[in-house]
Ligand binder design. Structure first.
Ligand code: ASP
Ligand code: MG
Length: 419
């Protein structure tokens, strides 16, 4: 069997969903299809949630009404008989309205997962119903029943062993040769919904591929495959046809927005190749990520990770930075879910570069108990792999650089964002 994953951009319109039909109708093999929320639905649901958390239930319901009409408009355009699609999603909007009207927003992260996860439930319902209407037999699965996670709301970790038996039973391909399930979501052992982190649907697809021992996983994206740099930021980009799991982890960690960093591990563990292919031109091969390649990357790779913060901590008692203070600082950052993208230490201080997030101020407060803390925000981290002086000159010229790291092949430059 194979796993196909379609992201939010692929399902943002009726036209996109028709294209999914075209792509899956050509597949002979058994197929598990993972789908994200439609378009910018996750962002929109975050606004619904914010209003709810401020106890402004009416504003929350109004925002939800916008989400609902966006989905209904797509259904009207997509289905021959729109009633089929409308009936399929109606119960979920009813549930959402009830949760919002009756609920009390106590725990942000938990409510996030409870409400925002509906984006994927609703999108998969629409895709499944549309494929059925178009003559493609398939079975919809609510993966909150099969993907078992811990209770780390908003960034939950999948429990592979618990999930395996459940998913293999639910998607055994005896009665159906196509299953449709959600990216991004699961539930803890008590059944409370969880989410796996923003853009986590790639990771879901990899988890499903692992649990069902897929021959391959394919992520359909609105790009030709994996490029050596983001074409919106750099000129003359080229397609990388093959890369290893290790390359892919390195690129994703450096901030390449192409795949979620957690995607590779479940695939690597079972040697499952990952294809990244263009949704708009499915006849093209795109990129394959696998164990080994005979064609190592032979072009420089440039990755820009935005919205970075540089934090420097120094023990208050003037003790040197030894293991103890290092581990203290990192455990605080870990507790507050800071994503560390670069580390540097000296005799008396530790500097780390992290993604800016809503958890930052809590972490800075707690670090302040033990350390003298300074920080700069509004930064971006440029990683250059296959570094040459010419590329460095071209990409960093005139920029204010706060921190540099260079190894034989790579360079990293933490710079002030351009005004
Ligand atoms: N819908 C979620 C998000 O936008 C997950 C995903 O698209 O991968 O973050
Ligand atoms: Mg998305």
């Amino acid at each position: 069997m194979q796993v196909y994953k379609f992201g939010g951009a692929s399902v943002r319109s009726a036209e996109g969903i028709r294209n999914i039909y075209r792509i899956v109708s050509g597949v002979q093999d058994n197929l598990f299809v993972v789908v994200s929320a439609m378009g910018k639905t996750t962002n929109a649901m975050e606004v619904v949630l914010d209003c709810f958390m401020k106890a402004d239930h009416q504003a929350s319901l109004n925002k939800l009404a916008e989400v609902e009409s966006y989905h209904k408009d797509i259904i009207e355009e997509l289905f021959v008989n729109p009633e089929i699609g409308l009936v399929a999603i109606e119960p979920f909007f009813t549930e959402l309205k009830r949760l919002i009207s009756e609920g009390i927003g106590d725990d942000y992260d938990r409510w996030y997962d409870r409400l925002v996860s509906y984006g994927e439930i609703i999108s998969t319902k629409i895709v499944s119903a549309y494929l059925l209407e178009s003559g493609i037999e398939n079975t919809w699965i609510d993966l909150r029943g099969q993907i078992v996670t811990d209770s780390n709301y908003r960034e939950a970790n999948v429990k592979m062993d618990e999930s395996q038996a459940r998913l293999q039973q639910a998607a055994d391909f005896t009665k159906s040769r196509m299953y449709i399930g959600q990216g991004f979501i699961g539930a803890n052992i008590k059944g409370d919904p969880t989410t796996l982190g923003r853009e986590g649907s790639d990771y879901s697809a990899a988890v499903v591929g692992n649990l069902l021992n897929a021959e391959s996983v394919t992520i359909w994206k609105d790009v030709p495959g994996i490029l050596n740099a983001d074409p919106r930021l750099f000129e003359n980009t080229v397609l990388i046809r093959e890369l290893t799991y290790l390359d892919a982890v390195e690129l994703a960690y450096s901030g390449a927005q192409i795949i979620h960093p957690k995607t590779i591990k479940p695939l690597e563990n079972k040697h499952i190749p990952l294809y990244v292919r263009p949704f708009g031109t499915p006849e093209e091969a795109g990129t394959v990520i696998k164990e080994k390649t005979d064609n190592p990357i032979d072009v420089p790779v440039l990755i820009l990770r935005k919205n970075q913060v540089l934090i420097t901590v120094r023990p208050r008692d003037f003790s040197f930075v030894l293991e103890e203070s290092l581990s203290k600082a990192f455990s605080v950052m870990n507790k507050h879910r800071l994503k560390v993208s670069m580390i540097q230490s000296s005799a008396i201080s530790i500097s780390v570069c992290v993604d800016n997030s809503r958890y930052l101020s809590g972490a800075l407060d707690e670090l302040g108990n033990e350390f003298k803390v300074t920080y700069n925000d509004g930064l971006e981290l440029l990683t250059i792999r296959g570094i040459t002086d010419e590329i460095v000159q071209k990409t960093t010229d005139g920029r204010t650089i706060l921190l540099t790291q260079r190894t034989r092949r790579s360079g990293r430059y933490l710079m002030k964002e351009l005004a």
